[in-house]
Write a protein that binds this ligand. Structure first.
Ligand SMILES: N[C@@H](CCC(=O)N[C@@H](CS)C(=O)NCC(=O)O)C(=O)O
Length: 237
C-alpha cells in the first residue's frame, strides 16, 4: 500500500490517511510541539497521508527529557525528531527522515523531477536547516545564556541576525506560485513554514520578505500544514 500511486492533492489529507506498510506496530514520531525540525517531519507525514503516533519529548521540563538515557537509546544525538518504523528501524535528522518518506512514499513528491530544480529546492531547505536553525536551537541559545552569560536582549539579537541573514538569501531564491517553488509543495516549504513560525514567535519583522510571507500563507491553507502546527499537537501548551 505504501508505494501506491496517489494522485490526491494535499487538501485531501483525511481521505488519504494510511498506515505505513507492514505495520505490525505504529510509526512513532518523537516530537516536541515547538520543535521546528519535528514540525518539518509532521508536515511530510501529513502530506504523504501517513498515520503515526506522537511521542512527546519535552525539551525544557526536568532539564530536558531529550537528555534521558531512555531517549538517548532512541536517538544518540538526543534531539528531536526521531521516527521509529514498525520494523524497529529508527530514523533521525529531519531532512534524512523527509527524504526517506519521499523515497518510500513517492506521492505526492516533495522534490521536483528536474535536477537543477531539485538542487534549488534543496539549497533553500539547507539554508534553513543547516545555516539558520542550528545557530538558533535550544542548546545553542542555552549555551549563550548559561555558559557565555549573555543577557536575553543579546540572545534575541543573535537569534534575529541569523534568521534575517538566511531569509535575505531565501527571499532572493524563491518564486512563490503560490508555494516557494511554484504550484507544488516542496521540501523548501516544509522547512520555510516552521522557520517563519519561529520568526513570528521571536517577533522578527517580516515586511522585508514578501515572497516568504506569501509562500507561508499559501501553505497555511493546506490541512497537512495546519495539522502539523505546534498548537495542534497533543503536547501543545
Ligand atoms: N538538524 C537536526 C536538528 C534537530 C534539533 O536540533 N532539534 C531540536 C529541536 S528543533 C532539539 O532537539 N534541540 C534540543 C537541544 O538542542 O538540546 C534535524 O534537522 O533534525
Amino acid at each position: 500500500m505504501g508505494n501506491k500511486k496517489n494522485n490526491a492533492t494535499p487538501n485531501d489529507l483525511g481521505s488519504r490517511a494510511r498506515h505505513i506498510e507492514n505495520s505490525g506496530g505504529n510509526v512513532k514520531l518523537y516530537s516536541y510541539f515547538r520543535s521546528s525540525a519535528a514540525f518539518r517531519v509532521r508536515i511530510a507525514l501529513n502530506l504523504k497521508g501517513l498515520t503515526y503516533d506522537t511521542v512527546p519529548i519535552h525539551l525544557i521540563k526536568d532539564g530536558g527529557r531529550h537528555k534521558t538515557a531512555e531517549y538517548r537509546s532512541v536517538n544518540p544525538q538526543m534531539r528531536v525528531p526521531a521516527l521509529t518504523l514498525p520494523s524497529g528501524e529508527v530514523l533521525v535528522q529531519s531532512l534524512a527522515i523527509i527524504e526517506y518518506l519521499d523515497e518510500a512514499y513517492p506521492e505526492p513528491p516533495l522534490l521536483p523531477a528536474d535536477p537543477i530544480a531539485r538542487a534549488n529546492v534543496r539549497a533553500v531547505a539547507q539554508i534553513i536547516a543547516c545555516d539558520i536553525h542550528p545557530l538558533n536551537n535550544t542548546s545553542a541559545l542555552n549555551y549563550l545564556k548559561n555558559q557565555l552569560k549573555h543577557d536575553q536582549t543579546t540572545v534575541d539579537a543573535w537569534y534575529a541576525s541569523w534568521v534575517v541573514a538566511g531569509f535575505e538569501a531565501v527571499e532572493a531564491m524563491i518564486a512563490p506560485g503560490p508555494y516557494a517553488f511554484g504550484s507544488k509543495v516542496t521540501v523548501a516549504d516544509l522547512c520555510l513554514v516552521p522557520q517563519v513560525f519561529n520568526a513570528k514567535r521571536f517577533k522578527i519583522p517580516l515586511e522585508r520578505f514578501p515572497k516568504i510571507v506569501a509562500a507561508d500563507a499559501a501553505c497555511a491553507t493546506l490541512p497537512a500544514f495546519d495539522k502539523a502546527r505546534p498548537e495542534n499537537q497533543p503536547d501543545a501548551e
